[in-house]
Design a protein around this ligand. Structure first.
Ligand SMILES: Nc1ncnc2c1ncn2[C@@H]1O[C@H](COP(=O)(O)OP(=O)(O)OP(=O)(O)O)[C@@H](O)[C@H]1O
Ligand SMILES: [Mg+2]
Length: 245
């Protein structure tokens, strides 16, 4: 693939933030109601993410990784503090505005792939584009190109049950990338993969990060992932205890 062409194809919305801050987390506290009280899952987190990052949130189970990803992904809101994603403060968005931010600017990759089983690979990847205003010719071009990036051009008509775990996760990456998001959020993307597939998935994501400048933030336990990261943020008991580049 031609790096320059890919870069130029990025979402127009990238223009204002390229090279700049994409996410600011300011004194973030997240409390969940438990019984008659609260459990504090995030306890004063301050972080800044800039465009082009390939960052992992690491730390023990229960340390707050998924909670932080969900708030950055506008799937949940802060209890205190502020999280600004692409100049929007997630705590102040209406449900409709949050949905719009997710559908237009963010890509999500989950541990269990979350593919639609009755749809083909092509249809699974096309799905996010159906929510956007895009011609069918443009959709087709985008879907086929994105499947080429992840090495699945020969599986266009397969259904998820006919694919390996690594191939399913590559479909999920294609689905997250097809709209050319500024930021991809991935929660334990290699948790269900063997070693060979994990390395292939990491290499695929790193290639997209470097060639398209798409930013990635992962939550992960996986030692294999950690070797690929450009930045490691370690959480413990809802606090950042290490932030190393
Ligand atoms: N909806 C909720 N209600 C109550 N407590 C919650 C809720 N969601 C998360 N928690 C608690 O917040 C803490 C952080 O959870 P979180 O899922 O962010 O951890 P994690 O670092 O992603 O862990 P893992 O590595 O196991 O995925 C945990 O103790 C969890 O039990
Ligand atoms: Mg988690």
């Amino acid at each position: 693939m031609n790096n320059k062409d890919l870069y130029n194809q990025s979402s127009p919305s990238l223009g204002g933030v390229r090279g700049g801050t994409i996410v600011e987390v300011k004194n973030l506290v997240k409390k969940f109601p438990v019984g008659t009280g609260f459990f504090t899952a995030l306890n004063g987190v301050d972080l800044t993410f800039t465009e082009g990052e390939f960052t992992g949130l690491v730390g023990p189970s229960g340390s707050g990784k998924t909670t932080l990803l969900n708030i950055i992904g506008s799937l949940d809101t802060p209890s205190e503090g502020e999280v600004i994603v692409l100049s929007k403060s997630v705590g102040t968005l209406s449900a409709k505005q949050a949905a719009q931010l997710r559908k237009e600017e963010l890509g999500f990759i989950f541990q269990n792939y979350n593919l639609l089983p009755v749809y083909t690979v092509y249809e699974n990847v096309e799905f996010p584009l159906l929510l956007l205003n895009m011609s069918s010719d443009e959709r087709k071009k985008r879907v086929l190109e994105t499947l080429e990036w992840v090495g699945l051009s020969d599986k266009v008509n397969s259904r998820p049950a006919q694919l390996s775990g690594g191939e399913c996760q590559r479909v999920a990456i294609a689905r997250a990338m097809v709209k050319r998001p500024v930021l991809v959020l991935a929660d334990e993307p290699t948790a269900n993969l063997d070693s060979v597939n994990s390395h292939n998935i990491l290499k695929t994501m790193l290639k997209l990060n470097e060639e398209l400048k798409t930013s990635f933030i992962f939550a992960t336990h996986d030692e294999k992932v950690i070797g690929y990261l450009k930045r490691i943020i370690r959480l413990q008991d809802g606090k950042v205890v290490e932030d190393s580049f």
